[in-house]
Design a protein around this ligand. Structure first.
Ligand code: Z57
Length: 831
């Protein structure tokens, strides 16, 4: 851009450069921001400067709507949803906000006129990876849909300085690198240093006589730190509503300095400061809890207490009495990570605000709802009573009191059933007594829900069966959903355009059930053709990116067979590998056979301490190394592990998939949401009857879904009768040959022990029944290959599949929560 042009843009005539949506206003604002915020002119700006100028230009437009929303909610005294979550896996903001503002196209044009590389600017954003996987991403999709459905909401969580680690692959192994997402600043957040609450830890409790004459309890913590608010605006799609994501950062209070001054221990005081700030330093990188980690309990209490104190402050600001707290707020507990909120709200009401126990308990129960996300026993959080007592002595007292009342209620309804009482207690007795966070969450909530129909049934009949006997009306299902904005419009603009063109409108973006219209065109040869071109183009984009990342070359004509999700044994990435090894051996035995070309693509992070999951990554890469270079294979099958599967890279991948692998052992995957993202982008699913797969199959039709494997009931039956995987290993020669080939060192340069921990575990234990489903999986994959060979029919199935996936929008899920669980009406903010 010439200097003359920038001078013109800097002229005083700039209408609404902070809020204007015209091309001129956007261009002017961009140049202003580059100049006044980054301190740069075009010729010397780095790509990061160019990104920041774009981000601030968009942010200004969000803030205008945000202030208006805040005013509207205040005037209306709007009932507000508080979504309490230890994780928000947001993904990049810029492209999503452009879509929600409706200015993607005009921004592209503005960029072109300013001679800026639009795609490069979007690439520049470092995503906030403040979550591990499905649970954190669900919270982010829900924030998008809450705003889009005009429901006043605050997301409360932790502003981790380091989010989920960056994954690289070295010599086939996962290597973790710390995620320094804040390194270059974060234009999307606004620090609120004045919104700051003290958070106590440790110390003791005592009774005292309050000024009003009553006998009260108080907690005298031995340590107090501060939680400071950082706010991010969350705009809905095509609406004026902006909600608030408020994340807490831990800071040492000023008093730490005075202590140093008094005792002359300057170094000690600085150390104490650092210690205090570790609370919000880093996200725990497991998709299930790490037992007994004190810092994790501190994180949970930290963000819960900050959030509840904030809610009380907001309520007292407008109403002046806490009696109506549960009318103003409903708080959703995203898993048990924030379940301490039940005890903390009781403490705040009783100890800090002098409320009577009975009233406090009624309001508390009316405030909370709890979502369960797993049935895996190892993923159910408990904390040792000893740790609890040391860190949160007053909360332990309160939990004991809640438990007393609760267990009396159980005894009343089920007399002479002490084993039931023991099962339901908030405290697990035994060598080491432990607090059961899930039981606390159920007892302290008015509603409990699972995340898919099958999962919610199992919650009622297995995990919380005793609670279901006591309170059947408390239990609900809300099947998960994903945001059509991020996972269709932002990530797959070609497909979005084709859908809009075919439907004659783009209303489907806010009402995904309208995708049904595509059904009428599934047999239209011209649409099939264009559908295919869109898919091939996405595959080519992905292949280019992958080649640049890994050197692996993929042929966009091959079937892209994809499994991308956290590495976990229950998700059975190793079942997928056994299929690849089987194809490989068939080629070795009969090199000239006709086979369908497939590119197997894996992505996903393993928890750093999960040895077997890391070994599975190594195995994938080891098989890739051999298969990709085998002259007999000759490129007909390719295996690739895409490094660092996160939201940003997921957005590249979903549009490129032909086949989506959803092959968890039935009864183990609560819902899954990747299954929805792939399917909405036209991939067909090969899957078990697990989680939301069941409902996806129901919606798209059994004839458009590749089903295999045991049902959850069959899994339970088999476990009951005694599962003996070694018998399967010896009975099936192909299965044996596949496992033996791994053990022969064929994929590990002769190393015959490298993968033994994995293969021995499969043969002798196989807790997720890989061997039991192996044969059915191979047969189902053969059907997939047959179906692929009829390209037109595959396209037709793909179109039907998308047409019938409307249910899996997070908008639908949020509307169900709002109506059936939260009882919260929308408040529309003018645009
Ligand atoms: C997590 O990502 C999920 C469950 C958990 O208990 C934890 Br901890 C983390 C996942 C489930 O595994 C998925 O099946 C589900 O789709 C997702 O949560 C969202 O509900």
């Amino acid at each position: 851009m010439s200097t003359a042009q920038s001078t013109k843009l800097l002229s005083p005539n700039r209408e609404h450069t902070r809020t204007g949506m015209s091309k001129e206003a956007l261009k002017q604002a961009y140049i202003d921001n580059l100049f006044y915020i980054q301190g740069r002119f075009r010729e010397v700006a780095t790509s990061h400067d160019l990104y920041m100028a774009a981000a601030y230009t968009v942010r200004d437009r969000l803030l205008a709507r945000w202030v208006k929303s805040a005013q509207a909610f205040k005037v209306n005294r709007a009932r507000t949803v508080c979504y309490l979550s230890a994780e928000f896996l947001l993904g990049p903001h810029l492209a999503n906000n452009l879509v929600n503002l409706g200015i993607t196209k005009i921004s592209q044009e503005s960029a072109a006129e300013l001679e800026l590389d639009f795609a490069m600017i979007l690439e520049e954003e470092e995503e906030p990876g403040l979550g591990n996987g499905g649970l954190g991403r669900l919270a982010a999709c829900f924030m998008d849909s809450l705003a889009t459905q005009c429901i006043p909401a605050i997301g409360y969580g932790i502003r981790y300085e380091f989010g989920i680690f960056d994954q690289t692959i070295e010599n086939g192994w996962q290597v973790e690198r710390s995620d320094t997402w804040l390194r270059n600043g974060n234009p999307w957040e606004i620090p609120r240093p004045k919104i700051c609450f003290p958070i106590g830890f440790g110390g003791y409790t005592e009774q005292y006589r309050h000024a009003d004459g009553s006998l009260r309890h108080r907690w005298l913590p031995s340590l107090e730190i501060n939680g400071v608010a950082y706010d991010t605006p969350i705009l809905g799609y095509g609406v004026g509503n902006v909600n608030l994501l408020r994340l807490w950062k831990a800071e040492a209070p000023q008093s730490f300095d005075f202590q140093a001054f008094n005792v002359g221990d300057y170094y000690g005081a600085v150390h104490a400061k650092i210690e205090a700030e570790t609370i919000s330093k880093v996200l725990y990188p497991n998709d299930e809890p790490e037992v007994g980690k004190e810092l994790r309990l501190k994180q949970q209490f930290f963000f819960v207490s900050c959030s509840l104190q904030d809610m009380i402050r907001l309520h007292l600001n407008t109403v002046g009495s806490l009696d109506t707290f549960a009318n103003k707020f409903v708080a959703q507990l995203n898993d048990t990570h924030p379940a301490l909120a039940v005890a903390e709200l009781m403490r705040l009401f009783i100890d800090e605000h002098g409320m009577a126990w009975e009233q406090a308990w009624t309001i508390t129960r009316n405030t909370f709802c709890y979502t369960n996300h797993t049935l895996l026993p190892e993923a159910l959080e408990t904390w040792s009573v000893a740790l609890f007592e040391r860190l949160l002595p007053r909360h332990l007292e309160i939990i004991y009191l809640i438990n007393q009342d609760f267990l009396n209620q159980v005894r009343e309804k089920f007399p002479d059933d002490e084993t039931r009482v023991i099962r339901m207690s908030l405290i697990a007795e035994g060598e080491q007594r432990r607090v059961r966070m899930a039981n606390l969450a159920v007892v302290g909530s008015q509603a409990v829900n699972g995340v898919a129909a099958l999962h919610s049934e199992l919650v009622k009949t297995t995990l919380f069966n005793d609670f279901y006997d006591l309170w059947p009306e408390k239990f609900h299902n809300v099947t998960n959903g994903v945001s059509p904005r991020r996972f269709m419009v932002v990530s797959n603009p070609r497909l979005a355009d084709l859908i809009s063109h075919t439907c004659g409108h783009n209303d489907w973006i806010r009402d995904l059930s309208l995708l049904r219209h595509l059904e009428h065109h599934a047999d239209d040869v011209e649409l099939q053709q264009r559908w295919r071109e869109v898919k091939i183009a996405a595959k080519q984009d992905f292949a280019n990116w992958l080649q640049q990342q890994t050197g692996v070359v993929l042929d966009p004509q091959a079937m892209f067979d994809v499994q991308a999700k956290r590495l976990h044994e229950y998700k059975r990435q190793h079942l997928n590998i056994l299929h690849i090894i089987r194809l490989y051996q068939r080629i070795q035995q009969n090199p000239n056979q006709e086979i369908v070309s497939r590119a197997f693509i894996f992505g996903g992070k393993a928890a750093p301490g999960y040895y077997l999951a890391k070994l599975i990554i190594k195995l994938i890469n080891a098989v890739a190394e051999v298969v990709n270079h085998d002259p007999l294979v000759n490129g007909r099958i390719r295996v690739a592990f895409m490094p660092d599967f996160n939201v940003k890279n997921g957005q590249r991948l979903y549009p490129a998939a032909d086949l989506s692998e959803q092959i968890s052992l039935a009864g183990k995957e609560a819902s899954g949401t990747g299954n929805m993202k792939f399917s909405l982008n036209g991939a067909l699913t090969i899957g078990t009857l697990d989680g939301a797969n069941v409902e996806i199959r129901e919606e798209v039709g059994a004839e458009n879904f590749f089903l295999f494997g045991m049902t959850a009931a069959e899994v339970t039956a088999k476990q009951r009768e005694g599962y003996r995987p070694w018998e399967l290993y010896h009975a099936d020669p192909e299965l044996k040959a596949d496992i033996d080939l791994i053990n022969s060192g064929h994929f590990s340069r002769g190393d015959m022990v490298l993968f033994r921990p994995l293969t021995d575990h499969l043969i002798n234990h196989d807790p997720f029944m890989v061997l039991a489903d192996y044969r059915a999986y191979l047969e189902c994959q053969a059907q997939v290959s047959t179906a692929w060979s009829d390209a037109a029919n595959w396209d037709r199935m793909s179109i039907l599949n998308v047409a019938r996936m409307g249910k899996f929008s997070s908008d639908r899920a949020i509307v169900e929560y709002a109506k059936n669980i939260w009882n919260v009406p929308p408040v529309t903010v003018e645009r």
